[in-house]
Write a protein that binds this ligand. Sequence first.
Ligand SMILES: [Zn+2]
Length: 155
Amino acid sequence: MSVSGVPRHWRSLRERYRLLGTYCENCGTRFFPPRKICPKCRRKGRTREVEFSGRGRVFSYTVIHVGSKTFEEYTPYVIGLIELEEGPRVLSQIVDCKPEDVYIGMEVEACFRKLFEQEDGGIISYGFKFRPVDDSWVEYYGKLLAEKEAKAVKS
Ligand SMILES: [Zn+2]
């Protein structure tokens, strides 16, 4: 999947983003978004900040065909319940693929994207969305390398 459509200035933003949640030292539960108090342990729990890998799987999803005015330009789009590697589930838009390409169990990763733009063209909000984990380039370069080697052997 190509990321060439991503404006250059987003790259620095992407490097800065961190998917931060919390971890309860008492029961080991991880939370995203972060919580100050563990609902299981209450006062017994001690939470500390942890960074998540941003990788997970689609647990369930729905395709939105009619959005509110703010999101109209994005329809149809996919809202998925993503189960992070570390356990917590997070509701997020799934981007960089067609709605019909999304399936339950699909591997996804967090990316930093524009969330919405105000109608008057003023404030642009950025935040997390999820995109398919695309390993096809690994396969592609693997093939290229193999072809190169095969040619080298012949000559
Ligand atoms: Zn706890």
